[in-house]
Design a protein around this ligand. Sequence first.
Ligand code: GLN
Length: 490
Amino acid sequence: MNREAFQCLDLRSAAAGVVSGDFTSRELVEAMLAGIIERDPAIRAFVHVDADDALRQADAADARRGPGGGRLNGVPVAVKDVLNVAGQPCGCASRILEGYRAPYDATAVARLRREGAVVVGRTNMDEFAMGSTTENSVHGPTLNPWNHGRVPGGSSGGSAAAVASREALAALGSDTGGSVRQPASFCGCVGLKPSYGRISRYGLTAYASSLDQIGPLTTNVRDAALLLNIMSGRDPLDSTSVPDPAPCADDGWAAAGLKGMKLGLPREYFGAGLDPEVAWAVRAAADACAALGAELVEVALPHTEYAIAAYYIIATAEASANLARFDGVRYGRRADGASDPYDLYTRTRAEGFGAEVKRRIILGTYVLSSGYYEAYYRSAQKVRTLIRRDFERAFGQCDAMLAPVAPTAAYRLGETTDDPLKMYLGDILTVTANLAGICGLSVPCGLTDDGLPVGLQVLGPFLGEERVLRVGAAYETARGPFPEPHGGAA
Ligand code: GLN
């Protein structure tokens, strides 16, 4: 199979081709590996690819060929370096996990494998998923396939860049405050953050446990729906997982249009600081939804201005607790020459964690300390409740909401590295969904004059994935094929 044939496939046609014998899983995986060799040196989306292991998995899938082989039998997918895949390294783009290999499959991965998927390659990310640019990685940054002088977004920037460059047909990411939706927007692919609990977090290295969700990055909305359907549903290994699996995309979704749907435009998401080109692209997408029969209504989310402060208190507080487990004893790297256990912990952590991770552990420890807990952590939790109520009220007036994903298109490389606050503020339009536990989808909706992709964010209520995916599928069909990255010069 040549590259052109590979990169035109969606997940369904890839699976159908293996079943019908049009091609084998080995041919699919070989085409993917050839694409990685050809394109990845310029983009650096992958941090680990074990070709022999991938081909072994492909041959096993070919041996299972037939209708009972599973809905993804033989189809290759890539996985963010934060998810455990048995036998593969799981480094979270951190020095501290050097040499660590996962002893088991994350539930999300196990469910893809149960349907026959082949796990090919681990994608780059911000260390422990902390960041919005994929620059905080021990492996160095991933570059945006649309313009190599720009970041791919983050923290799942490797997954988004791999899909956008068609090195992968689909990839998994994780979204704690936007890390699936924002890189999808920056790279021009589809990214879905499911409702909290929709997909088991078992085997996902924890950043902020009350906010984390695994989500798919794909070339189209139907593929995101398929992966969600396969990965979702109750898992006894994650007590926060919800029982119902998410619905699978139905052929009628796009055809049915959006008649009878009320779509809310949150006033606060179109305010100051929004790049006019982004605003224009998102409003044009909203008009396209209106032309499909939806009624557009303005809604209010009045506590949005407090979201960043609350998010960066809660996320760092949880991170400071979650990352305490990396002590040089249980996982990965251990510092040499320690004189006692305390010395071992501090040396290992000082050498092993990067600057952004340290900044967050310190901030999180501070907001949880006895003198400041009430002032910061408790207040942030109260704000979180107010944000959740904002959404409940607004979803009383509309079925789903349309908004930008990020205030701007992709940043220049290095633009936010010396100014973390600037990077944090760029998360304003995505962290709210994590704080409220609701679902959100990013669908490409335009290009800036500089040729950088812009994403449309579709937000739905808790467990409202079907609505969000319907809107996304109908819009995507009306929009038509999205251009492919031309790559190249900064
Ligand atoms: N950019 C946000 C942060 O740095 C979100 C990251 C994420 O979703 N993992 O925390």
